[in-house]
Ligand binder design. Structure first.
Ligand SMILES: [Zn+2]
Length: 137
């Protein structure tokens, strides 16, 4: 197997690899579950990762040092504080966001957290309870 060039950065803040399996040929949505094995390739950029369900004979344990594509997204997320305390609202929001990102196999790198008192004219809509059916705490 070839090794990646030095231009491929080594990172510490890395999410675990996720399964590459496509449930339907040509689908743009892979399985995406956390991977447990690697399918090695002679080319360093063609190593693939698979979950337990989609593992195949010949797959190997994921090497401690492994190469994958890390996707970063920049966005603003707003959540209503569940109280009036700035510190409590920020801490709770960070905790909930971190849990949500972990649930999709990601790692949060939160650069800033702020809360401000706001007014809104948006009328609340009937919704399912937050986390309904997904193991609320
Ligand atoms: Zn899978």
């Amino acid at each position: 197997m070839s090794t990646p060039p030095n231009t491929v950065p080594a990172v510490v803040n890395a999410p675990p690899p996720r399964c590459y399996h496509r449930r339907e040929p040509g689908s743009s949505m892979p399985c995406g579950e956390l991977a447990v094995v690697a399918r090695l390739s002679p080319d360093w950029f063609a190593v693939a990762y698979f979950c337990r369900e989609h593992a195949a004979p010949g797959d190997v344990e994921i090497p401690a040092e492994h190469v994958f594509r890390r996707v970063g997204l920049q966005l603003e997320v707003y959540i209503a504080g569940a109280g009036m305390s700035d510190a409590v609202a920020r801490a709770e929001a960070v905790h909930r966001l971190d849990r949500a990102i972990q649930a999709i196999g990601g790692v949060a790198d939160i650069a800033a957290v702020r809360s401000v008192m706001v007014r809104s004219w948006v009328q609340p809509q009937a919704r399912e309870p937050i986390g309904a059916g997904k193991g609320r705490e």
